[in-house]
Write a protein that binds this ligand. Sequence first.
Ligand SMILES: C[S@@+](CC[C@H](N)C(=O)[O-])C[C@H]1O[C@@H](n2cnc3c(N)ncnc32)[C@H](O)[C@@H]1O
Length: 367
Amino acid sequence: MTAPTSQQPPAAPLQVVDLFAGPGGLDVAARDLKVPVFTGIEWDADACKTRVAAKLPTTPGDVRHYKPADFPTANVLAGGPPCQTYTVAGGGAGRRALEEVLSLAKRMAAREDVTEHLENLDDERTGLVLEPLRWALAAIDEGRPYKAIVLEQVPAVLPVWEVVGEALDDEGYSVAYEVLHTEEYGVPQTRRRAILIARLRTGTGEVVAAMPKATHRRYRKGVPRTEGDPNLLPWVRMGDVLDRQEPFVVVSNYGTGGDPKARGLRTSAEPSATVTGKISRNRVVKPDGTELSPSRITIREAGLLQTFPADHPWSGNGIAQQIGNAIPPRLAAHVLAAALDLTDDVLAGAIAAGDGSTTAELISPHP
Ligand SMILES: C[S@@+](CC[C@H](N)C(=O)[O-])C[C@H]1O[C@@H](n2cnc3c(N)ncnc32)[C@H](O)[C@@H]1O
């Protein structure tokens, strides 16, 4: 007679469904981490063209028209909803939208059907930030909760992640949320993003969600990159990742604090300012202010500053906007690795696959 075995059935392989998948910032990271993406749902035809050219699995369409049961093998949920209505910096519309969304999130968590309210918000994009919560709750109610959830948005959305986090905590998840600084993860760019990581608590072993640990120092204007915590690497400079052969300065199209004369400046020995869809409006000059060619940040360069691979096949129209919308793959790799409890070796392998900045740093002409 064979002895009864107490062995658990093997865990299902990880598989991601990515909502609002854009040109694939998160999916490129998942690919480098060797975590399959089942699909990325995206409605913009141009972003879909880029995804298809990059061979990223894609479901073209509106996230609101799908549900977890449409992708039953996916057990990891990721989402970077559009952020436009919250980036109305400090404006009344943004604040009003936020208060409304917080109240709707609580009602959704109590299983109230708020579909009609979401459809009738002043700006329909506002409610999209709650789509990942709808998916997470639906999967729980179907008895197949996602093992891990990763969300990304602009810092103004952190209060929404707090309410979403409380709801997920009540449903059996360990949750962490925080605003992360991309340059602290080796991205040659300063950009702040509100990240939420949720991990399903299981019967066996302790599961604790935590933000990824910083690998690089935080950038502070005027503070040398060699100063600071000796256990961290210096932040990565634009000059480390761009092919330009001489030092340069990027002059922002916008004036700091609304003063058009006080334009932001970043030298090639600093990280880039936040890459947005308007990056090509910035001028690139020599340190003495004289002309340099190319005189603008090119599409390829914008992709590199976001840590996309140099050969990411940008396609369709509005490419600068596609790039500016994305989560930098390098940050996404750190966040996914933390959410999925992947080993440091797997993360290191993904980073090595993703870019060559460590080598570039050694040969950079930019002091
Ligand atoms: C902030 S971007 C996300 C980028 C993506 N996480 C990445 O890393 O590349 C938001 C994306 O959501 C898409 N989007 C907006 N509303 C949508 C909807 N209802 N259904 C599907 N995609 C939508 C936009 O076209 C945009 O590409």
